[in-house]
Design a protein around this ligand. Structure first.
Ligand SMILES: NC(=O)c1ccc[n+]([C@@H]2O[C@H](COP(=O)([O-])OP(=O)(O)OC[C@H]3O[C@@H](n4cnc5c(N)ncnc54)[C@H](OP(=O)(O)O)[C@@H]3O)[C@@H](O)[C@H]2O)c1
Length: 287
């Protein structure tokens, strides 16, 4: 093996972000990839430790998570097990083998009761079980390993898991209309764009917390209108509907202040990233 090859373990490799990272790193000979999903259950400390010992990665990226907000609400213990204890187990293994640890977190660590973008220096105040369990994961990572980067992002879409783009297009096809809130605000973020930033972190000396969402903001309804426009279905009406606010904080826009301060990476505008993704979907590239 080439001595400068970086060994990377992606946990949760079949999800939206995991797929984008696997695609990006898979074709790069500078990286040797090992991937896992539920076959290496992150909540099982022995399984995680064994996998780390066998593969000895230089970098561990934790994309695994219980991301279904309803499931988290219905089963808090499962949410904490996967989103908090899973992060703890991976961080502990990373420290033991001296690997860099990259933990992916969410805008849902903010409660969304103020109309202001949240930067890395704002105190989280999660209101949902998903947000609470992800924030608990962040705290454990900070306590357990120094060589960590926590990356918070928002409204991720991409190949891998069923995403918001699939949901909007399927609903439009089945029902001829889409109902979504006009007052739920954040930034749609392409898993591919986020993978670009994570690639940049691989050899960077920057550690700590970074917000990394696509530039700009919109409501769920505006987001759906843009998806439909790019799919050539602008005639499908998107009407205002309220979602369960216990499950969805209203305003969770992230300000990527640390990216600006460090000059490390520029996330694209959400319209541009979505347009690129939609043209890939239509041509079948990356599917
Ligand atoms: N989706 C968003 O809008 C969003 C926004 C901001 C941040 N994030 C965070 O970004 C990360 C990646 O998100 P994503 O959208 O790519 O998630 P995703 O598509 O739901 O993928 C999560 C992956 O983790 C796997 N997984 C679930 N439970 C596991 C377990 N116990 N052990 C090992 N693997 C397990 C899943 O497998 P199964 O498919 O078999 O369950 C799936 O492959 C997550 O940490 C999420 O919290 C997501």
């Amino acid at each position: 093996m080439n001595s400068i090859t970086t060994r990377v373990w992606i946990a949760g490799a079949s999800g939206r972000l995991g797929s984008a990272l696997s695609h990006r790193f898979g074709g790069n000979t500078a990286y040797k990839l090992v991937t896992s999903d539920r076959d290496v259950a992150v909540e099982d400390v022995s399984v995680v430790g064994r996998f780390a010992d066998i593969n000895h990665p230089d970098v561990i990226i934790n994309c695994a998570g219980l991301t279904d907000v309803q499931a988290c609400e219905e089963n808090p213990e499962e949410a904490y097990k996967i989103n908090a204890i899973g992060a703890r187990n991976l961080a502990t293994a990373a420290r033991r083998i001296d690997a860099k640890f990259i933990q992916i977190s969410t805008d849902d660590v903010f409660g969304g009761d103020e109309d202001k973008a949240f930067c890395e220096f704002d105190d989280p105040h999660p209101t949902t079980m998903y947000g609470k369990s992800k924030y608990a994961g962040e705290k454990l990572v900070r306590e357990l390993t120094d060589k960590h980067v926590i990356v918070r992002s928002s409204w991720l879409y991409g190949v891998g898991s069923y995403d918001f783009v699939d949901r909007v297009l399927d609903t439009a096809a089945k029902e001829g209309a889409v109902h979504l809130p006009e007052d739920e605000i954040s930034s749609p973020t392409s898993a591919e764009a986020l993978a670009g930033f994570i690639d940049c972190l691989m050899h960077s000396r920057e550690y700590g917390l970074f917000h990394a969402s696509c530039d700009g903001s919109c409501s769920r309804a505006e987001y759906a209108r843009e998806i439909l426009r790019l799919a050539g279905k602008e005639n499908v009406p998107v009407t205002s509907a309220s979602e369960n606010t216990a499950l969805r904080p209203r305003f969770t826009l992230l300000d990527n202040m640390m990216l600006r301060i460090t000059g490390l990476y520029q996330m694209p505008d959400w319209h541009d990233a979505l347009s690129e993704y939609m043209s890939h979907r239509q041509t079948g590239v990356n599917k």
